[in-house]
Design a protein around this ligand. Structure first.
Ligand SMILES: O=C(O)CCC(=O)C(=O)O
Length: 331
């Protein structure tokens, strides 16, 4: 579906839509329990997940650049750039723009938030829940999610990647002091539009790291990911920012080109969300950034349905069809 064909007015004009009560309180509670069990043995979870992936990758060796690794290495050096204030609520480091903390972290206050809950001391992501946990897998195809995907993406949809984002209490990790910088999801490995669904597990408040959207009405270019240049996003665009709070079980859906960021967790509680990235099942898998004349080079869908990009599995091991049907030669 092209953007102008989308019947959901809010998504078509703003590039995102909030849907309340996508999950019931019981479903959210069950999901929290599964998320807690995974984090209780995170090392074991990651070791098992990596071993499964490595055994597939060993069967499909393909050399090529590790673009994900390169991007991460670049991001690591960002705290060497000074923080430049753009507004009283936003700053820039190099070409990355992010919401700023409202108050500095008091180390004693943070130390007092430590508990034996792994989410109180760990900020970051846990990936591929739908590959490894049956409950998460079933929720990825929840009828309430699928009906929104049918409106904003396609009647034929596949989950290609999912991950939990946790922000620990009073987290101020560099390079953005606990914020996530403005970015577009982009997803250049898909020939067609994609959409993200972000479900709140713990509630999203102004204090604990809310979503910030700059609606597509602000008419910014396609940046690719998070390098926004020095000029494109300034006070004018940031004044059109919309800050979103959610109750547990509510979801935010956004397009791959909608600029979004999240603020720091300035509360004394954990803040978790589950991000699910969906492809239109009629998309092709390849290099669609325009960087190559041959989008298939270095990309392959194996007979078992694994998506291999330069020798590594891209996204989840299993790209689950959650709506509609499969298409020959497509994802
Ligand atoms: O949860 C977060 O902090 C970031 C989520 C995000 O950027 C996304 O789901 O695309």
């Amino acid at each position: 579906m092209e953007m102008n064909e989308i019947k959901n007015d809010e998504f078509r004009t703003k590039g995102y839509v909030i849907v309340r009560n996508v999950l019931s309180p019981v479903e959210v509670e069950t999901m929290r329990q599964h998320a807690d069990a995974i984090a209780a043995d995170l090392e074991g979870y990651n070791a098992r997940d990596n071993a499964e992936r490595a055994s597939v990758e060993a069967r499909y060796p393909m050399s090529g650049p590790d673009s994900v690794g390169e991007a991460r290495a670049k991001q690591k050096g960002l705290d060497e750039y000074p923080e430049i204030r753009l507004t009283d609520r936003h700053a820039r480091r190099e070409n990355r723009v992010y919401p700023v903390r409202r108050r500095p972290v008091d180390p004693d206050e943070r130390a007092a938030t430590a508990t034996d809950d792994p989410y109180s001391s760990f900020s970051g992501q846990i990936s591929h829940l739908a590959d490894n946990d049956e409950y998460f897998r079933s929720i990825a195809a929840h009828p309430n999610i699928v009906s929104v995907l049918n409106e904003v993406l396609s009647p034929n949809a596949k989950l290609w990647f999912d991950h939990i984002y946790n922000k620990a209490p009073l987290n101020d990790d560099p390079p953005y002091a606990g914020s996530n910088r403005y970015h577009q999801d982009g997803f250049f490995h898909l020939s067609k539009r994609s959409a993200t669904c972000w479900i709140s597990l713990d509630g999203l408040t102004i204090e604990n790291g809310p979503f910030h959207y700059i609606t597509i009405q602000a008419d910014y270019p396609q940046f690719g990911f998070d390098d926004l240049g020095e000029e494109a996003i300034g006070e004018k665009e940031l004044s059109q920012e919309e800050v979103i709070t959610l109750n547990p079980g509510d979801a935010a859906f956004h397009d791959r080109w909608t600029l979004h960021a999240t603020g720091p967790n300035e509360s004394t509680k954990r803040r978790r969300g589950w991000a699910l990235h969906y492809a239109d099942a009629t998309s092709r898998f390849g290099e669609y950034s325009g960087a190559s004349d041959d989008p298939d080079q270095g990309f392959a869908v194996t007979p078992e349905g694994y998506h291999i990009r330069h020798g590594s599995i891209h996204g989840n091991r299993f790209w689950h069809l959650v709506s509609g049907r499969e298409f020959e030669g497509c994802v």
